[in-house]
Write a protein that binds this ligand. Structure first.
Ligand code: C5P
Length: 407
């Protein structure tokens, strides 16, 4: 017998206040038929549109509605429930719920669970078209997407309020298809991927160092996109203020030489290596053990070149698919292609620095080059760009493997 497409997958299904909640009943039924375990959590407003009893009967589990329900909490506490969830889908998601999710509020059971859970989250918005088109909702949705929340729909059409336009929740069959696609193993599942990110710090003395403007945002976004695609990700990071993406193994380093060691210790076991760190090119020849006094009017600092981590990985006999970055202020493509060839890389992602782009910026754009081709990825958020870059890496990685397999 064919295994069910959602066999024992654990879905926490949030229901917020909206007339579209009647479609959620059909969605619960379909998810159950496909084999999923569905735990419904309703807001107080949702219970005014559809009864918990209906969703309890369809899901086969008591519906949770309150944070302060001591009997339910004793059976499975809300933190336990947050951990239980493999995926969170909120359908319908009201404008109010999207605002709360964006703000990180936790004033009822559903918002608390969304904040406490580590699980990938999707929302199926449903609301009046003016509410959907309001700048406040547009901003909330955009911010949630940047954070990685999937937004499914809404559809256009006639609305319960008598108006016509965007705001209808997707039909149950459509949401069911989205869930199945969402739970398929990613294209990199079972693939080990190592990535460097952030700046490095090269000590001058115990209190001073040389570094650069890298925020680590692009590298962290690529690490996150790789984890989303199912890869087992190790992130070797220089000092930066970012939270590591969930399910990513973080190795913290300070200097280029520490980064070199951390990477070379692991590189041969990896299928893919991405060098996104802004590694300092030079480090002080010797770091002084005591703080340098400011007595002299001038001082000289002797610098020596740091090891080129990316080139060293690319030169390994048994090497991973190797991807580099190139930040350039001029002749972007020519310099990047020269770097691709000089360092013997499989792919390079080049970005223009200066003019508000590149380091520390929220958005970016890239030229991606490989030996036989190139592609431009236009300006967008770093997370979206990272996902597009990763899709290209997967494409070229699979193409290279299939050529090697056919030899
Ligand atoms: O040669 P350049 O520094 O412009 O190359 C940038 C690329 O090389 C980036 O992918 C960066 O992570 C990597 N790199 C490195 N080790 C260095 C210098 C750069 O891995 N010492």
């Amino acid at each position: 017998m064919e295994p069910l497409s959602l066999d024992r997958r654990r879905i926490l299904l949030g229901v917020t206040g909206g007339i579209a909640a009647y479609k959620t009943a059909e969605l619960v039924r379909r998810l159950r038929v496909a084999g999923a375990e569905v735990q419904v959590v309703m807001t107080e407003a949702a219970t005014r549109f559809i009864t918990p009893l209906t969703l309890q009967a369809l899901s086969g589990r008591p519906v949770r509605t309150e944070l302060w329900d001591t009997a339910a909490e004793a059976a499975m506490g809300h933190i336990e429930l947050a951990r239980w969830a493999e995926r969170i889908l909120v359908a319908p998601a009201s404008a109010d719920f999207l605002a709360k999710l964006r703000a990180g509020r936790a004033d009822d059971l559903l918002t608390t669970l969304c904040l406490a859970a580590d699980a990938p989250t999707a929302v199926a918005p449903a609301m009046n078209r003016c509410m959907w088109e309001h700048p406040a909702t547009r901003e909330n949705v955009a911010a949630l997407q940047v954070r990685g929340v999937q937004v499914w729909g809404p559809d256009r059409g006639s609305q319960a309020c008598g108006e016509t336009g965007p705001g209808r929740m997707l039909e149950a069959a459509e949401l069911h298809r989205c869930v199945i696609e969402w739970l398929q193993p990613g294209p990199l599942s079972g693939v080990d991927l190592l990535i460097t990110a952030g700046p490095t710090r090269e000590a001058i003395d115990p209190v001073r160092f040389l570094s650069n403007r890298s925020s680590g945002k692009m590298g962290y976004a690529v690490a996150r996109a790789a984890a989303e695609a199912g890869a087992t990700v190790t992130l070797v990071s220089g000092p930066c203020a970012l939270e590591p993406p969930s399910k990513v193994k973080l190795v913290r380093v300070e200097s280029a030489s520490e980064m070199y060691t951390a990477v070379m210790d692991r590189a041969v076991e990896q299928a893919i290596f991405i060098g996104a760190a802004a590694v300092a090119d030079y480090a002080p020849a010797a770091s002084r053990p005591e703080k340098i006094k400011k007595d002299a009017r001038t001082m000289r600092l002797e610098l020596v070149k740091t090891p080129d981590i990316l080139a060293a990985v690319a030169a390994l006999e048994k090497r991973p698919f190797t991807v580099g970055f190139a930040a350039e202020t001029d002749h972007l493509k020519q310099h990047a292609r020269a770097k691709l060839e000089r360092k013997g890389l499989d792919m390079i992602a080049a970005n223009q620095v200066g003019g508000g782009l590149g380091f520390e910026a929220e958005e970016n754009r890239l030229w991606v080059l490989w030996p036989e081709g190139e592609r431009h990825l236009p300006t967008t958020s770093k997370l979206e760009l990272a996902r597009q870059l990763l899709a290209l890496i997967v494409e070229r990685y699979e193409a290279k493997n299939s050529v090697q397999d056919s030899r």
